[in-house]
Design a protein around this ligand. Sequence first.
Ligand code: COA
Length: 335
Amino acid sequence: MKKERQTIITGIGHYLPPQVVTNFDLEKRINTSDEWIRQRTGIIERHYASEGIGSSDLGVEAAKLAIKDAGIDVAEIDFIIAATLSPDHYFPGIGVLIGAKLGLPGIGALDVRNQCSGFIYGLSVADQYIRSGTYQKILLVAAEVQSSNLDTSDEGRDMAVLFGDGAGAVILEPNSENDGRGILTTKLFADGHYASELWMEKPSPKDRPTFSPLLLEEKRFFPRMNGRNVFKHAVEKMPQAVFAALDEVGLTIDDVDHLIPHQANDRISLMVAQKLKIPVEKVIRNIQHVGNTTAASIPIALDEAVKEGRIKKGDIVVLTAFGSGFTWASAILRW
Ligand code: COA
């Protein structure tokens, strides 16, 4: 009987735009303080893209590094999945733009709109395509430019201090070695009842016209959240998603070598670890120097940990995310 193919990450890369913005820099633009940001979020600095640079540009840079890391030729990629909440344009999505910039016209490009959970959602889609034999080499990119649409007034300062720009990318292929390494499972969840708890409400085609002076006046085009409720759900839902994934593959928390939670807020990551009863040394945390990069946060943290030699071949790596939607998700990889 033909054994089912297992999907493995064969290449990974990330890219952060060069401009570093510290909390002290933000103090000059926002009614905030380094102390408040560090205490509440753990963030010390983040990167901002410069004018004219979109998430597709950051995504392409990360993609090139992942392609190089996989040791494949760009022309071998047969499908693109791109996750972002900050596409260059209202439409089309960034998947097609990344394909064009990489010189890959003609292959399919799918955009995933699942915000902070976007990378794991994309991973899950890619896994199904590889397992079924539909595609052989998928490029999954997660990229965000959020710095251009932050409300720096007191009304928006809770969110404005959190976000950073960046991108991460992976190449996914069937595991030709059949050694049990790769994606063991992915679990996806959503509850749209909470959509307005964390969203960018406007522009909306429900409004006629969509773009009006009122849109600018009401400032509803800025991302908004109910921070406390987001926090509460994040620390409940991520552990639930991790336990669901572990149960499915017959592993326990003791089998986990590394946990990579979406880097939303360091306090959230630490509380998730506490609820999972996983030692903090096993938790990968890089929010201190990148901020919250939404869909890109997990692949950036994963790549850093791999390149630092912290994640080793055969390690069990658990990913989990929570964000707007609400959406939440988990994945287990044997690296
Ligand atoms: N700088 C200084 N003060 C700020 C501030 C900032 N950037 N943002 C908010 N404040 C103030 C508030 O105005 C409030 O002042 P008040 O007590 O005088 O009314 C005070 O700080 C506390 O605000 P609150 O919103 O209750 O703080 P908090 O402890 O809930 O922390 C977050 C705020 C945003 C750090 C926290 O809610 C959080 O991390 N939520 C989840 C965020 C997240 O992960 N979002 C992305 C999802 S993926």
